[in-house]
Ligand binder design. Structure first.
Ligand code: LMR
Length: 334
């Protein structure tokens, strides 16, 4: 009897599938967005990814599933760009410094001491020259959904880096960027490209002596626990492009695309505010842990760092384009 029942229900399911195939209507197709990133969930990028997931759950629950994989759980940033190209994951938000092998245009964001503060960054990202950069990877099959700023970076090391001469021979972990490599070479340091997920251990065992990052990454990755000094240099920007695989996007039905576009705009509007708040509160936590670790530079010392690293601009200005650099600089003086 039970056997008969299961044959009948099997035939029923088969008929439903056949009917749906004939009518061309898929049965409740769900789209899965795998979003891989490398930072902790309680960082600006981690929270923005979660916010996106929550909003999609609330408004597109029956149609779209977002799976967020933080902390390099699924893969490194380098692998995630490969996986995005092959639609193995659908979304990522990799640091602008890591697109070096795809385009030279985004190198502008790595120029040392380009932006005075995050207000200037925000102004540039809304300027037509900045906005244009969101589309530079379209021919690689990546569609830019928005810029996600994190913050300005601080140096950390086991020696007190008061002036550029103090960086001589220091092994700094850097992201995959030729500009960042050149800027550390300019102060006679020893830059080493390394995946984010490997930095803590490399600092701990001493294969590198220092690194540079935002307060939110220094705190959430516990870099401050394995570094003697954090130098408030604000020398570079850390920001991301939120990317989706273009073919995946184009394959979505129009109503889903429409709702996702609204959600994407909402997340983009929230991310800068979250980034400012989190970096300020994470800085506080690091200071509370050990105030003696924090080095504030005098304006003369900062000027020394600026002039030691600034020659790097000339090296890259042709690849980047002078008009882009000028627009970025102008954002410092609205
Ligand atoms: C880094 O590698 O230091 C950063 O790109 C990590 C991140 O995504 O914030």
């Amino acid at each position: 009897m039970n056997h008969q029942k299961s044959i009948i229900s099997f035939i029923g399911i088969l008929m439903l599938i056949l009917l749906s195939a004939c009518s061309g209507q898929p049965i409740d197709k769900k789209y899965v967005i795998k979003f891989s990133h490398v930072v902790a969930a309680n960082t600006p990028k981690g929270l923005a990814a979660e916010l996106f997931k929550q909003k999609v759950e609330q408004r597109l629950n029956d149609k779209v599933i977002v799976e967020v994989y933080p902390s390099s759980q699924l893969m490194s940033d380098d692998d995630s760009l490969e996986a995005l190209a092959f639609n193995e994951i659908q979304m990522t938000a990799v640091s602008l410094s890591k697109y070096n092998r795809f385009t030279k245009k985004l190198q502008v964001f790595d120029l040392p001491f380009l932006f005075n503060d995050m207000d200037a960054v925000e102004r540039f990202l809304k300027h037509p020259e900045g906005l244009k950069l969101l589309a530079v990877l379209e021919d690689k099959g990546f569609m830019g959904l928005g810029f996600w700023p994190n913050g300005l970076k601080q140096l950390s090391a086991n020696t007190p880096l008061l002036e550029p001469a103090d960086a001589k021979g220091v092994k700094f972990r850097i992201q995959e960027s030729d500009v960042l490599e050149a800027q550390f070479l300019a102060v006679n340091a020893n830059p080493q490209k390394l995946a984010f997920g490997e930095v803590y251990q490399a600092l701990q065992v001493g294969t590198i002596d220092g690194q540079d990052n935002t307060w939110s990454n220094i705190y959430s990755e516990k870099f401050y626990e394995v570094q003697d000094y954090i130098i408030e240099s604000n020398h570079n920007l850390l920001a991301y492009i939120w990317m989706i695989n273009t073919e995946f996007w184009q394959g979505l039905p129009q109503d889903i695309q429409g709702e996702l576009t609204v959600i994407i705009d909402e997340v983009n509007a929230a991310v800068m505010i979250m980034a400012i708040e989190i970096n300020a509160s994470d800085r506080e936590k690091v200071v509370q842990d050990d105030p003696d670790k924090i080095i504030s530079l005098s304006s003369e010392q900062l000027e020394q760092w600026r002039s030691a690293m600034k020659p790097v601009w000339d090296e890259f200005k042709d690849e980047i384009g002078e008009e882009v650099i000028e627009a970025a600089l102008a954002a410092n003086n609205p």
